[in-house]
Write a protein that binds this ligand. Structure first.
Ligand code: UDP
Ligand code: MG
Length: 326
């Protein structure tokens, strides 16, 4: 068995010196999708053949246990445009995508899910948008066919990301996306692991666009994202795009301390004007003031932790798009 112990933090795109590079690459993460693989590949192949350009399809098997692995290997043996990467166990959708990107050689690189919720036939729409000069094009599932809970939760998250990152998209989570090759190389060079592709692309100075794409219900199998994994993913997402949740603690501390402070003034005022000792009021005031001080101290600590977090993400300080020759 061939083991590529690739540290996802530093994969290198492979450049074959002999084979001509394909125009397009399509990367698909596969985790127990045996029932849709044939249809996926038939539709994907006919779409890509329809473009008239050269292409490769990179299928990353993320530790499937339903026979997807063997089936993919059989298919790849019959089709030179198929390339299969098999993980040693289930690592997750993002690592699978990045492994695929690290092998992609096309000038344009697209990604989509294996379960056919995305339409492979929409890929040329994304490529056409890249032709207009964009570096990344993200699909927008304007008619999303997922549960009300997921669609609703995504709407809230999408708003949050749009506000906190200033990358104005409707749908950050759509699995159908396409990139210019240079963008892929830059994204692979980032060392932080929780990657949110449109945000990373924009942070690198990429021109990001969105196009409306179709979306279908899952016809076979079940979603690989249960409630716990969804919450985990949402939390990863919120904390990876900024240190704002950490900084919020400090703000909360100041608010608590202010409430405590004004309550003490009020208690003192009542004592002086009416002579009453408001015991309850004094206790509440002290409680607010002290817990406020504690939260301010924690917030200060969080500022430092936040800075360390930003630093270890090692996002590039700047990215040069072009430079004149000297
Ligand atoms: N997937 C994967 N590894 C995982 C979970 C999912 O490679 O650990 C793949 C899965 O096979 C599919 C895509 O990622 O191609 C999206 O998964 P799913 O359709 O379950 O997610 P949902 O559409 O429910 O968000
Ligand atoms: Mg799906």
């Amino acid at each position: 068995m061939l083991w590529h112990m690739t540290n996802i933090a530093s994969p290198k795109p492979t450049e074959s010196e002999h084979a001509p590079l394909p125009a397009y690459s399509v990367v698909v993460p596969v985790y127990n999708e045996i029932d849709t693989l044939d249809e996926l590949l038939t539709r994907l192949t006919s779409t890509l053949e329809g473009t008239g350009a050269s292409y490769e399809i990179i299928l990353v098997d993320d530790g499937s246990t339903d026979g997807s692995t063997e089936h993919l290997k059989t298919l790849a043996a019959q089709d030179a445009n198929l390339h299969v990467i098999v993980f040693s166990r289930n690592f997750g959708q993002s690592p699978a995508l990045y492994a695929g990107f690290s092998r992609a050689r096309g000038g344009y690189v697209a990604m989509l899910d294996a379960d056919l919720q995305n339409y492979p036939e929409d890929i040329p729409l994304l490529f056409a948008k890249l032709d207009e000069g964009y570096d990344m094009v993200s699909g927008w599932r304007s008619q999303r066919k997922d549960s009300l809970f997921r669609t609703g939760a995504s709407r809230i998250l999408n708003r949050y990301i749009a506000r906190s990152t200033k990358v104005a998209l409707h749908d950050y989570g759509c699995a159908l996306k396409a990139f210019r090759r240079e963008m892929v190389v830059h994204m692979l060079s980032l060392t932080h692991r929780c990657r949110y592709l449109p945000v990373d692309a924009a942070a690198l100075g990429g021109r990001v666009a969105e196009v409306e794409v179709r979306h279908d219900e899952r016809s076979h199998g079940t979603s690989k994202y249960g409630l716990v994994k969804l919450i985990r993913t949402a939390f990863d997402l919120v904390t990876s795009i900024s240190a704002a949740p950490l900084q919020f603690i400090g703000l909360l501390g100041w608010a608590f301390a202010a409430v405590g402070f004004f309550m003490s003034i009020w208690v003192a005022y009542v004592r002086l004007t009416q002579g009453d000792i408001n015991t309850m009021g004094s206790v509440v005031a002290i409680f607010f003031f002290l817990s406020g001080c504690q939260l301010v101290a924690t917030g200060l600590l969080c500022e430092y932790v936040g800075r360390i977090y930003i630093e270890v993400q090692a996002k590039p300080y700047y990215v040069i798009r072009e430079e004149t020759e000297r």
